[in-house]
Write a new protein. Structure first.
Length: 424
């Protein structure tokens, strides 16, 4: 319909601008006046039709781990805030990872594709991967054609690739979010097709060609809005069944868990208990503590949904050093002992942890040493209030509280520019 009206407008404009002497007689002048008036009305109608308050719609591909999922949710929350709720945000992911549980709980429509990650060993699943990728691209195309989003946002990890590829094939604006200094394979492959790339580190730029790097904006890593103001510490400890007066450590290794950290905690429980230190321990879904463990002074959870409360209970945090975790620690200003995952791509977690340690913002504890040194490192930091306060101050430069807002505003502006360009 818009195309038909646009065609009529163009025809009337041509008629109105006709310079032939024949059209200068009074009757024809009246016709020209009618054409000009009609063209103005139709143009206004066309413009109103195209820019009326239709909800902004985005499809977000994010998941696999909390580090990829939660920044995307933070951006989705900002879309709702900025538009006053006049938006429709949907997610796409896999059926067996964290996103399948968390996204529906946040109230977002959720679609699944059959993509899986690349296995390092040759197996039947590895041989199936090319077919799963093709199937996932085709299903992504179907979902995009049915939902008709204004844009697609990919937050990295393998599940983003078929969705981003399908969006590119269908001409839908594609936006990428990269949280690590060294971009992942999926982001690097999709980058040439992207409208914009939102990065956490300036160092990411050097990993792209000049033409792709020109599309990159450094905005920081989005953090969930509820972390900007933590709940009362005593109330949070009561919620987890912890003593409000004892020194408390929050230990987690991500949604899947960290075997080395979990093993070290299990071996150190009696020493923590004997020294009056209580723990909030997120084990992750891939680790089950022994049934014989004495749980006095320790609250064990497979997954913590209320991270604001979990961070609030802590005097010290022990965790991995993924980019999202680093961003959250910087926002909440909690002293931390970072145990980088040694198998992370390009060992980027060690780089993250070292960057904080060099500024006095955290302690780096190598994964290979965590069993031997976990208890002594925690005990030493808890006993040193001066070091804790210094860490809190040193974390401030790493905090980017407006990252989610800046990304959401930038995407809305890009989509608005594109829609206005089509009208004009």
């Amino acid at each position: 319909m818009v195309k038909l009206v646009r065609g009529i407008v163009i025809a009337l404009r041509s008629f109105e601008n006709t310079k032939n002497q024949h059209w200068r007689c009074r009757p024809c002048a009246n016709v020209r006046y009618f054409a000009r008036t009609t063209r103005t009305i139709l143009f206004k109608s066309m413009n109103t039709t195209s820019t009326k308050s239709t909800p902004f719609k985005a499809l977000i591909a994010a998941g696999g781990t909390g580090g990829h999922l939660f920044p995307a949710i933070a951006v989705a929350e900002e879309f709702a805030r900025i538009t006053g709720g006049d938006c429709a945000i949907e997610f796409i992911g896999t059926a067996d990872r964290i996103e399948a549980t968390i996204v529906p709980k946040h109230g977002y429509p959720f679609y699944t594709i059959p993509i899986t990650g690349l296995q390092k060993l040759i197996s039947v699943e590895t041989l199936k991967l090319p077919f799963r990728v093709l199937e996932s691209v085709l299903k992504s195309r179907q979902i995009l054609q049915e939902t008709k989003p204004d844009c697609v946002i990919c937050a990295g990890a393998y599940l983003s690739y078929p969705v981003g590829l399908a969006a590119s094939q269908l001409g839908i604006p594609l936006f990428l979010m990269e949280s690590n200094a060294f971009p992942g394979k999926t982001i690097k492959r999709l980058a040439p097709r992207a409208t914009r790339i939102y990065a956490t580190f300036e160092d990411s730029r050097r990993h792209f060609s000049p033409s792709v790097a020109a599309k990159l904006e450094v905005v920081g890593n989005p953090v969930r809005s509820n972390l900007n103001t933590l709940p009362d510490k005593a109330a949070a400890r009561t919620m987890f069944g912890l003593d409000a007066t004892k020194p408390t450590v929050f230990i987690f290794g991500g949604s899947l868990g960290a075997r080395s950290i979990n093993t070290a905690v299990s071996l150190s429980l009696e020493r923590f208990r004997a020294n009056g230190i209580q723990l909030l321990w997120q084990t992750g879904k891939n680790y089950t503590p022994s049934a014989s463990i004495n749980t006095e002074g320790v609250h064990i959870m497979q997954f913590v949904e209320n991270m604001a409360a979990a961070y609030s209970v802590a005097d010290v945090v022990v965790c991995r050093a993924g980019a999202t975790t680093i961003a959250e620690l910087a926002i909440i200003r909690k002293p931390a002992i970072l145990v980088p995952f040694p198998q992370a791509a390009n060992d980027h977690q060690t780089s993250n942890a070292r960057a904080l340690q060099e500024q006095g913002a955290a302690i780096l504890l190598p994964d290979a040493e965590v069993q031997e040194r976990l208890f002594s490192s925690v005990q030493g930091l808890l006993a040193n209030s001066v070091a804790q306060e210094a860490m809190k101050r040193s974390l401030a430069p790493f905090a980017k509280p407006d990252a989610a807002k800046n990304i959401a505003e930038a995407i809305l502006n890009e989509v608005t520019k594109k829609s206005h360009g089509e009208v004009l």
